[in-house]
Design a binder for this molecule. Structure first.
Ligand code: SAH
Length: 215
């Protein structure tokens, strides 16, 4: 039987609930955002499969479960100023923007950022501000942030991002070497102390320095 996208979305949301995604605000946001708008046309039928999918510039849109999980453990509220590193398709940014006060998102591939900006406009997400640059440096002019989410894997936590996290703030970041097991790490800042919690094994594209104008 061929299911419509709406039917597939409903099943995906049920699957996420079964996987302990129980934040009702977050589930409502996932229901409103059209994931099919963020992926290449040829893959639209797969928009509500619980899988990562390829996007342009050799990058990926994260698996819906991982987007939901990272967002849930970040504990975002509508008072928060949030930084995302790795805009990619813009899907995770859209989810965060619906939950927070202001979202700042940085991408090192210009074509991806341009495409994401078009969708932010289409979805009336006016609290998103974008930057073409190397997110490892954070966004000093906008710091500090209540929450930081990094959506590309790094061997080490970039020092600048730790500095730009507000006291009491939370950061989630995948840590590990490419091709080896990476872990989603949650960091909670308490003054000069950064509590580090290992969450779950993940697989992310690498966090790289430098910027890419085309391809
Ligand atoms: N959050 C994205 C996930 C995209 S994959 C989504 O929902 O689709 C990770 C993204 O991080 C890629 O687009 C990659 O180009 C970007 N990236 C990697 N290193 C980066 C860096 N140093 N600064 C900014 N973006 C980076």
């Amino acid at each position: 039987m061929r299911l419509t996208l709406a039917e597939k979305k409903k099943l995906l949301l049920e699957e996420l609930r079964d996987e302990a995604i129980n934040d009702e605000n977050l589930l409502a946001v996932l229901e409103t955002i059209p994931r099919e708008d963020f992926i290449p046309k040829a893959l639209r039928a797969q928009a509500y499969e619980n899988a990562a999918l390829p996007i342009n510039s050799g990058q990926t849109i994260s698996q819906p479960y991982i987007v939901a999980y990272m967002t849930q453990v970040l504990e975002v509220t509508n008072k928060h100023k949030v930084l995302e590193v790795g805009t990619g398709s813009g899907y995770q940014a859209a989810v965060l923007a619906k939950l927070c006060r202001r979202l700042f998102t940085i991408e090192r591939h210009l074509p991806l950022l341009n495409a994401a900006e078009v969708i932010f406009k289409k979805l009336n997400l006016y609290n998103v501000t974008t930057l073409f640059g190397n997110g490892m440096k954070g966004w000093p002019e906008q710091a500090p942030f209540d929450r930081i989410m990094v959506t590309a894997a790094s061997e080490e936590i970039p020092e600048k991002l730790l500095e730009q996290l507000k006291d009491g703030g939370i950061m989630v970041i995948p840590i590990g070497i490419q091709g080896e097991i990476q872990y989603m790490i949650r960091i909670i800042r308490n003054g000069d102390d950064y509590e580090r919690q290992e969450m779950l094994p993940v697989k992310f594209v690498p966090l790289l320095s430098g910027i890419v104008h085309d391809s």
